[in-house]
Ligand binder design. Structure first.
Ligand code: ADP
Ligand code: ZN
Ligand code: ZN
Length: 747
């Protein structure tokens, strides 16, 4: 018998595979997971090749210690996808492939439990009544456990153990008392919404535009990228649902992947999908996002990997799910910056979706009311098929009217505004309250006030670890740094001069919430932002209060802008949007337009006329004018023309090298050295290298940051030079960390 060797990808910042001797029983397969010794540790790796020869001398060769039999091997196609992502984003294959797997697969000691169906537990009415009193007030972990059970989730012991170390014994106890019971195998994790089987009378009649879009997608052959450009409320979800229904009916094994930008949007989608596809087995629809407990994440991943899940609904990380029969991809709100991973492998899930569709020769649908200019440009050139929904789907629902409130004019005419809320906005809020309709106030800044300062000496509260102001948080009675998490109590007087009149400047959501409560008496005001939704599941609860009509005015950050189908909102007020008009980031106006369109789109969705009021000092700015005409196309084409003149993406390709050093000088010196080493590389003659510059917030957590921008008209030249640059960068010293980002979003 000849010796067998395997070449294994491991999660290390090195673009090479490692050879091991394979002397275990059974055949090694490409795509199988193995445990191998690496340095002084054992790590999990992925077999990428099986061979009968190796260059590694026998004395240095080590043995595969274990092979994972519980999980079928990953397909060659999946490895090819990971390989593409690794090449494109300048990483090693293992750095892409391993982190894409659920934690339970990356830990060999847990493999034998992968397939074991874990028992799951449900809260009984007796427990529902008894538990709140039975648990000590301070038993926070136990209370969390009880709350999780009460949210109708079926919990496994391992999920429960993540919340409380002694969950297993606790469950035994609660079982004995008759407070919880074991769920039957195969029950869905959450009870289904009451539903009618597909084809029932509850299906809405598609509009002509929707019908055309569905027909085009369902009739597509091979690689077929679609841009579904539909105004807010035009029923894009309905188009996805019909196209998916056609696909799943046509092929009994077909799988589909649906991406949404935000975790908060998954429940809304999941409910719609479960209802529509109620005829499928309960575990045919699974979710994939970072909010899932580890056990559920592994189960859902395996369901996708083995083909039993027909629809995977997830956030960006789901783009690397293993789906052997993937036949269609949907990317909802494709323009959303959340599709870009901002650490580790800095990939764009939207771009990978298009690559994956091309690789598999399947349709991919990119949906948005405000497509990214990259996508729009592809459609303009005819590379993507454009499907357009120009009208709202619900009969009688029309797009809201957008009005600009000129703050200068208000001031000139001596019309009072209260704490940044203009007279017309306050009047509009009051009239909604009288009519029993809901309003939404959007402001992209959380906290109470961004600045706390002393009038007497000019002192400003700053973060000691960052080059940034500390934000005043009133309900939490704290100063907080939004960059590093530093927190301290609010000083009673100026730490520099002792003056007790230190005052907040500017406004965040907390302050607006406070003001609204006093200027619109009687209104029930609710704030939704990253602070009010810190606890797991709390965003969900807050949003359902809004849907249930228990809120009159909702104030919040972009969290309230995205995707939610609020039926009773008829007024949207926008505060403080002007700052983004003058940003040095060339994408700021694109983002602002998308954000304001999104938030405006929350108004008037169910037939009641909607109105959007934007407070601004620049009512004649082209962006606002386009917005008030609901003219995305005009805005997009004008902005593309500017980008073309200025030689900016999508007309050139960019990459960014970022460095973090103990001092700014160290970071800049590293970048200068890197730039010098770049110049002679193959392809570099067609790449422009800019000077290193400090980041806008140069210091975060005592680390100084700088960046170097590279730009080229040739994607191939840029990629070639970047690839050759990697070993050089790895050999340079002097900084704490560096990373290369391809197609950076924040420049
Ligand atoms: P979008 O994602 O395009 O903003 P949604 O998919 O949320 O829009 O749809 C907006 C609303 O229109 C939803 O309440 C949806 O149920 C409804 N809707 C969609 N299609 C139709 C239709 N053909 N007839 C009636 N209502 C529809
Ligand atoms: Zn002072
Ligand atoms: Zn800080």
């Amino acid at each position: 018998m000849t010796d067998l060797f395997v070449r294994v990808a491991v999660d290390q910042p090195m673009p090479v595979l490692f050879d091991y001797r394979y002397a275990l029983a059974g055949e090694p397969a490409v795509g199988a997971l193995v445990e191998v010794p690496f340095g002084r540790r054992d790590v999990v790796g992925l077999i990428c090749e099986v061979t009968s020869a190796t260059e590694v001398p026998p004395s240095k060769l080590r043995d595969v210690t274990r092979i994972c039999l519980e999980c079928p091997p990953l397909s060659a196609q999946w490895i090819a996808l990971a390989h593409f992502a690794a090449e494109y984003y300048q990483r090693g294959l293992g750095e892409v492939a391993l982190p894409a797997l659920p934690q339970a697969l990356r830990d060999a000691s847990r493999w034998n439990r992968l397939l074991a169906v874990e028992e799951r537990f449900r809260l009984l009415p007796a427990g529902h009544d008894a538990l709140p009193d039975a648990l000590p007030v301070r038993a926070h972990a136990l209370r969390r456990l009880a709350a999780a059970l009460a949210e109708h989730e079926l919990l496994t012991v391992s999920d429960a153990r993540a919340m409380h170390p002694k969950a297993s014994a606790t469950f035994d106890d609660w079982l004995a008392r008759g407070w919880i019971e074991r769920a039957a195998q195969g029950e869905p994790a959450r009870p289904d919404e009451p539903s009618s089987p597909t084809g029932g009378a509850s299906l809405p009649q598609l509009t002509d535009e929707q019908r055309e879009a569905v027909d085009a997608i369902a009739g597509a052959q091979g690689f077929a990228p679609f841009l579904l450009h539909g105004v807010t409320g035009s029923g894009k979800t309905e188009v996805y649902l019909h196209a998916l229904a056609a696909l799943l009916a046509a092929r009994r094994d077909a799988q589909a992947l649906v991406l949404v930008p935000e975790i908060n949007l998954t429940p809304q989608f999941e409910a719609a999908f479960r209802q529509r596809f109620a005829a499928l087995a309960p575990d045919s629809i699974v979710t994939m996002h970072s909010g899932l407990a580890e056990g559920e994440r592994a189960r859902n991943w395996l369901a996708a990997h083995t083909g039993s899940a027909r629809i995977v609904l997830g956030t960006r990380l789901a783009i690397l799910a293993s789906m052997p029969n993937l036949a269609m991809i949907v990317v909802d709100e494709e323009h959303d910056p959340a599709y870009k991973q901002q650490e580790g492998l800095r990939y764009s899930a939207r771009d990978l979706a298009v690559y994956r569709a091309k690789q598999l020769e399947i349709p991919v649908v990119l949906g948005s009311a405000t497509p990214s200019l990259e996508t729009w440009w592809q459609a303009e050139q005819g590379r993507y098929t454009r499907l357009t929904l120009t009208r709202r789907a619900v009969s009688d629902a029309v797009l809201p009217t957008v009005r600009l409130i000129d703050l200068e004019e208000e001031h000139r005419r001596g019309r009072a505004s209260v704490e940044g809320l203009s007279g017309p906005l306050i009047a509009a809020l009051k009239s909604r309250l009288e009519r029993g309709e809901q309003s939404l106030v959007f402001l992209n800044r959380r906290g109470y006030a961004p600045i706390l300062s002393c009038d007497a000496c000019g002192w400003v509260a700053g973060c000691p670890r960052c080059s940034a102001y500390a934000v005043l948080h009133k309900p939490e009675r704290a100063l907080r740094c939004h960059h590093c998490g530093w927190e301290s109590r609010i000083p009673k007087s100026c730490p520099d001069c002792g003056n007790i009149d230190i005052a907040p400047m500017g406004r965040g959501t907390q302050r607006v919430e406070e003001t609204l409560a006093s200027v619109v008496p009687g209104a029930r005001v609710l704030r939704i932002d990253a602070d009010s939704t810190r606890r797991k599941g709390s965003a969900q609860a807050l949003f359902s209060d809004v849907h249930a009509g228990e809120v009159d005015i909702l104030v919040g950050t972009q969290m309230i802008a995205k995707g939610h189908d609020f039926r009773r909102v008829t007024l949207v007020g926008v505060l403080n949007a002007d700052t983004a008009l003058f940003s040095h980031d060339f994408r700021a106006s694109e983002r602002l337009f998308a954000q304001l369109t999104q938030v405006s789109g929350r108004a008037g969705r169910a037939g009641l006329p909607g109105e959007v009021l934007i407070q601004t000092r620049y009512p004649r700015h082209a962006l606002y004018l386009a917005l008030s005409r609901q003219d995305y196309v005009g805005f997009a084409n004008a902005t593309l023309a500017e980008r073309r003149d200025a030689r900016l993406p999508p007309f050139v390709y960019q990459a960014m090298l970022r460095a973090e050093g103990r001092t700014l000088e160290a970071a800049i010196a590293f970048l200068e050295e890197a730039a010098a080493a770049f110049a002679p590389l193959p392809g570099a003659d067609r790449v422009t290298v800019y000077d290193p510059v400090p980041l806008t917030i140069v210091k975060v957590f005592n680390v100084h940051r700088a960046q170097l921008l590279l730009e080229s008209g040739s994607r191939a030249a840029l990629q070639m030079a970047l690839r050759a640059w990697q070993p050089v960068l790895r050999s340079l010293k002097g900084v704490l960390r560096w990373n290369v980002e391809v197609d950076p979003l924040d420049v």
